[in-house]
Design a protein around this ligand. Structure first.
Ligand code: GUN
Length: 283
């Protein structure tokens, strides 16, 4: 079998185009644009690229982008004061503090300070709790993007065996919650799992988010499975995912490439979450 390659770029473009059309209607109805504030502390080059891309995507969707760049030695009090100001600003529907933060700042305290109803990253514990009980909130953008790609292939995921590889708060845990909400039978495997391959071999759905280049071997994949690779690992061969793409794509039914798979969906979902936030506030 040769897998269908899931075109994340095309899906992301379609989502951004749909959101932009909704934003145009929102602006006409309310006389204002949805707004996203992005805060970058320090000069980490990868973070600077992400923040630039987020600002551009926000403006491309017809929304207002508020970019705050603070020096690396900014103290926690200054950052918390900025978050408080953004929480109170009616023009701001979404707040994103780019991670990682410099080591002297307690990132957890900063995330806790963001108004959960403007937390378009979905990282606030209130939103993690809402996701766990199926209440309305914000879902982290990467797992939300993965679910959208999966639903395009399998509109009904009910009863499918899903294995999530990795248990991070940002991807693995919320991904498992989303798949459970879709009535999948969900397993999370992680660094202490005894036999990762045995779990994967019975998975109809695999979501890989471990950050280890080409960790998942082709012969761990069940023939016909749908494989979503969240990994973005810089290696001497360039960017590679957590899945051995060449081997897995000979077995899987569908698979995301790296790059061009999940990555573009993350920003598209951020734009979507910001629009949703504006509607909840002012729709
Ligand atoms: N750093 C890398 N990805 C992300 C993200 O999705 N959100 C935030 N806040 N920081 C990040």
């Amino acid at each position: 079998m040769t897998a269908t390659i899931i075109d994340g770029k095309a899906h992301a473009l379609a989502l951004r185009t749909r959101v932009a059309a909704h934003v145009a209607t929102f602006r006409e109805a309310t006389g204002r644009a949805p707004g996203l504030a992005v805060v970058l502390v320090g000069e980490d080059p990868a973070s600077a690229v992400y923040v630039r891309n987020k600002g551009k995507a926000t403006r491309d969707a017809g929304m207002a982008s508020f970019e705050h760049r603070l020096p690396a030695d900014t103290d926690a009090g200054t950052l918390l004061a900025l978050v408080a100001q953004l929480n109170a600003d009616p023009a701001v529907d979404g707040i994103l503090v780019q991670l990682p933060l410099p080591a002297h700042i307690d990132a957890e305290a900063v995330l806790l300070a963001i108004d959960p109803d403007k937390d378009v990253d979905g990282f606030h514990p209130v939103n993690a709790g809402r996701l766990a009980i199926g209440a309305e909130g914000f879902v982290p953008c990467t797992p939300l993007g993965c679910l959208m790609l999966l639903k395009d292939i399998h509109p009904n995921l009910s009863g499918m065996e899903a294995v999530v590889v990795g248990r991070s708060n940002i991807v693995g845990k919320p991904m498992a919650q989303l798949l459970l909400q879709q009535s999948c039978t969900v397993t999370i495997v992680h660094s202490r799992t005894r036999d990762v391959a045995a779990h994967l071999r019975r998975a109809d759905i695999v979501v890989a988010a471990v950050g280890i280049p080409r960790f998942i071997q082709g012969d761990w994949i069940k023939p016909g499975a749908s494989v979503i690779d969240v990994g973005i690992n810089r290696t001497d061969d360039g960017l590679v995912g957590d899945v051995d793409f060449a081997a897995a794509s000979a077995v899987a039914g569908a698979i995301t490439p790296v790059p061009g798979g999940v990555g573009p969906m993350t920003i598209a979902c951020l734009i979507r979450n910001t629009y949703v936030s504006a509607c909840r506030r002012d729709g």
